[in-house]
Design a protein around this ligand. Structure first.
Ligand code: ADE
Length: 256
């Protein structure tokens, strides 16, 4: 039976997903609790990776080596880097890269040494399924525009409709929390839509094992001077709702 992994970095991102898995078995490996269950008839294993690329790589490796997962989904939040990636929007990754990888002058900046590449594409089919699920969930109103206004996070765009974008997500072992750094990233990597701290590591491990990978990130902050406060509010109040609603659509679609 093919098992699908659901990974998030932090508990508030995964809490509502775990609530969908009533009858579960739990196994602890490498200090992480792997929760096995079924969602609309699909075998899943949900786990918290913890934060950062190394923690994410360990988690992905254990999932593949010990839990025989055939597909990996990552769900969580990210900082918006491109102007279009506003708080409350969802970014479905088409590819990942590490914005803090730099072995120059031995290798070109951003290239992962000895892989001959900087970008790791997500699986096209799985990504299309996830994007479809994200659009369906948002169309049903996972998040009210008023929710963002209530949290003071509507960026002056009251009643803006939240959107799904697809494109490059960049990862690094740094919480981006100044406008200056965010602008630098945007200038250096103009294709980047959003920044987070795990995706590129999971993408690389999945590439190594030939396991299909897809990821969605809800924009929790604009990776600027307000990022810290916005991130905490968003993660606490709404992040998990997105993950659960989108994955519910994802597994319902698959059941048909
Ligand atoms: N995850 C969510 N917001 C982030 C940010 N601003 N920087 C890095 N990772 C994030």
């Amino acid at each position: 039976m093919s098992r699908i992994a659901i990974v998030s970095a932090m508990h508030p991102e995964l809490a509502a997903v775990l609530a969908w898995l009533p009858q579960t078995q739990k196994h602890t490996v490498a200090g992480r609790e792997f929760v096995l269950g079924r969602w609309h008839g699909h075998d899943v294993v949900a786990v918290l990776s913890r934060i950062g690329k190394v923690a994410a790589a360990t988690t992905a490796t254990v999932l593949i080596e010990r839990f025989d997962v055939r597909q990996v989904l990552f769900t969580g939040v990210a900082g918006g880097v491109a102007p279009l990636a506003q708080v409350g929007d969802v970014v479905v990754a088409s590819a990942f890269m590490q914005h803090d990888m730099d072995a120059s002058p031995l290798f070109p900046i951003y290239e992962v040494p000895l892989y001959g590449r900087s970008h790791f594409a997500t699986d096209a089919v799985l990504t299309a399924e996830l994007a479809l699920a994200a659009k369906a969930a948002l169309a049903q109103g996972v998040l009210d525009a008023a929710d963002l206004t209530d949290m003071g996070m509507d960026n002056g765009q009251v009643n803006r409709t939240v959107q799904v974008h697809q494109g490059l997500i960049i990862s690094g072992d740094r919480f981006v929390s100044t406008r200056l750094e965010s602008q630098r990233l945007q200038q250096a990597l103009p294709a980047a839509l959003a920044v987070e701290m795990e995706g590129a590591a999971v993408a690389q491990v999945c590439h190594d094992y030939g396991v299909p990978f897809a990821a969605m990130r809800t924009i929790s902050d604009r990776a600027d001077d307000d990022a810290h406060a916005d991130f905490l509010k968003f993660v606490d109040q709404v992040a998990s709702r997105y993950s659960a609603a989108i994955l519910d659509h994802f597994f319902t679609q698959r059941s048909r």
